[in-house]
Design a protein around this ligand. Structure first.
Ligand SMILES: Nc1ncnc2c1ncn2[C@@H]1O[C@H](COP(=O)(O)OP(=O)(O)OP(=O)(O)O)[C@@H](O)[C@H]1O
Ligand SMILES: [Mg+2]
Length: 384
C-alpha cells in the first residue's frame, strides 16, 4: 500500500532531490512537500502523513520545534519523524532531536537505499503503533458501550426496585389489614360466646363457653401481636405469654395470691405456624393450673404457675408447671378424653413434638409439670 510521506525542507533543491529518490520506488510512496515548519504543521492537521522527513535547520521554525509541536498534539496520530541533517550531528543535537520526539536521522546527501530502509523501519513501527491504537480504540468503545448498557440496566433495576418496594408496602398494609380483621373477627366470636353464655343458666355450658372464649382469645392475641409488631412471620413469645397470662388472670379473677411467672428470652421469636398451636397449648395448661392446682386458700397463698421456653440445638422446650395439688390419680393425661388435655396432645403432634406430663403429687415437690419438646422449624403445620 502506498505510504504518504511529507518532506519538510526550506531548500527547494533538497525537496526535489528527496522527492525524486522516493518516486524512484514506483507505487511505494506518495510525496507531499512543505518548505517551512508552519506549513508542515497545517498540512499535518488536515492530512497526517504516514511518515515525515524533516530538515533540522530552517529559518522560521527549526525541525526540533516542529517535532515537539507534533508530539504535543494529542489528537494527531503517531507520525514517525526522520530528521534530515546536512552533516553528522554532534551528541548534543542528537540528544535534543530524540528528546523532541524524532525516531531516526538520515544525513544529506541522502542515499536512496538507506532512505528506503530507514523509512520502512519507522513505517513498521508506525503500523504496529496504529494497530495498537486501533485495539485501544476498540476496547475503549466497548467500555463505553458496556458502560451505557450498564447504566441502562441500573436504571431498569432501580425502576424494578421501586415497583417492588411499592408492592411490598402494599402487601404489608394488606397483611396488617388481614391480621387486624382476623383479630377483630375472633373478638366478635368471643363477644358472641359471652352473649350466648348470658342466655344460659346451666353452669357446665357456661364454663364450656368461657373456656372457648379463652381459646379464641389465645388465637386473637397472636394476630394482634403480628399486627402491632409489623412482623408477619414471627411472634415474640415472651410478649405473647405475658399478654396471655394477664388475660387469664383477669378471666379467672386471680388476685396476688397466685403468682404467674415466665422464663422466656425477651427476643424469643416463634414462627407463625408454630405460634398458634403453641398459644392454644399454653392457654390450656395455664387455665388448667388456674382452675385446678390451687383449690383452697392455703395452697393459693404460695401458688406459683411458671412458663419456661428454652432453646436446645434444633429443638425448643416448653415447660409449664405449678406447685399445686397435682393431677388427681384418676386422670391419665396421655389418654384423657377431656377436651383440654386432649387438645394439648393433638397440638403437640401438630408441632411434631413430644410431650411428658409429670405429676409430682406424691413426691416432695408438689404440682403438675408438662414438658413439650418440639423442633425449632416446622415446614408445614396442619390446621387445628
Ligand atoms: N394443673 C393441674 N393441677 C391439677 N389438676 C389438673 C391440672 N390440669 C389438669 N388437671 C386435671 O385434669 C383434668 C383434665 O383436664 P382437661 O384440661 O383435659 O379438662 P378440663 O380442664 O376439665 O376441661 P376443658 O376441656 O375445658 O379443658 C382436669 O379436670 C383436672 O382434674
Ligand atoms: Mg382444661
Amino acid at each position: 500500500m502506498t505510504k504518504n510521506i511529507l518532506i519538510v525542507d526550506d531548500n527547494q533543491d533538497n525537496l526535489m532531490v528527496i522527492q525524486l529518490l522516493l518516486e524512484s520506488f514506483p507505487g511505494t510512496y506518495a510525496v507531499a512537500m512543505a518548505d517551512s515548519g508552519q506549513k508542515a504543521l497545517s498540512m499535518i492537521k488536515n492530512n497526517p502523513p504516514d511518515a515525515m522527513l524533516l530538515d533540522i535547520r530552517m529559518p522560521d521554525m527549526d525541525g526540533f520545534e516542529v517535532c515537539r509541536r507534533i508530539r504535543r498534539q494529542q489528537q494527531i496520530p503517531y507520525i514517525p519523524v526522520i530528521f534530515l541533517t546536512a552533516q553528522a550531528l554532534n551528541a548534543e543535537d542528537r540528544i535534543e532531536g530524540f528528546n523532541s520526539g524524532c525516531d531516526d536521522y538520515i544525513t544529506k546527501p541522502v542515499d536512496r537505499n538507506e532512505l528506503a530502509s530507514r523509512l520502512n523501519s519507522v513505517l513498521r513501527i508506525k503500523a504496529l503503533t496504529d494497530a495498537l491504537q486501533d485495539e485501544r480504540n476498540l476496547l475503549e468503545n466497548k467500555v463505553i458501550e458496556r458502560t451505557i448498557k450498564l447504566q441502562e440496566e441500573i436504571e431498569q433495576r432501580r425502576k424494578a426496585e421501586k415497583l417492588l418496594e411499592q408492592s411490598l408496602k402494599e402487601k404489608i398494609v394488606l397483611l396488617q389489614e388481614i391480621h387486624h380483621r382476623v383479630k377483630n373477627n375472633l373478638n366478635v366470636i368471643s363477644s358472641i360466646l359471652e352473649l350466648q353464655s348470658m342466655e344460659i343458666t346451666d353452669t357446665t355450658s357456661i364454663t364450656a363457653l368461657a373456656n372457648c372464649r379463652d381459646r379464641v382469645f389465645s388465637m386473637a392475641s397472636i394476630h394482634e401481636l403480628l399486627y402491632e409488631t409489623h412482623n408477619f412471620a414471627e411472634v415474640n413469645f415472651s410478649t405473647y405469654t405475658h399478654n396471655l397470662m394477664n388475660q387469664l388472670s383477669t378471666a379467672y379473677k386471680i388476685d396476688d395470691s397466685i403468682k404467674l411467672e415466665q422464663d422466656i428470652a425477651p427476643d424469643m421469636q416463634i414462627n407463625l405456624n408454630q405460634a398458634i398451636p403453641l398459644g392454644l397449648i399454653l392457654n390450656e395448661l395455664i387455665s388448667n393450673a388456674l382452675k385446678y392446682a390451687f383449690p383452697n386458700k392455703q395452697t393459693k397463698a404460695t401458688g406459683v404457675i411458671s412458663v419456661q421456653l428454652q432453646e436446645e440445638d434444633t429443638h425448643n422446650i416448653l415447660c409449664v408447671k405449678d406447685n399445686g395439688i397435682g393431677l388427681p390419680g384418676k386422670v391419665k393425661p396421655e389418654q384423657t378424653t377431656s377436651l383440654g388435655l386432649n387438645l394439648v396432645n393433638i397440638l403437640t403432634k401438630q408441632l411434631n413434638g413430644s410431650i411428658t406430663f409429670f405429676n409430682s403429687k406424691n413426691s416432695n415437690e408438689n404440682g403438675m409439670q408438662t414438658v413439650i419438646r418440639f423442633p425449632k422449624t416446622l415446614e408445614e403445620v396442619n390446621p387445628v
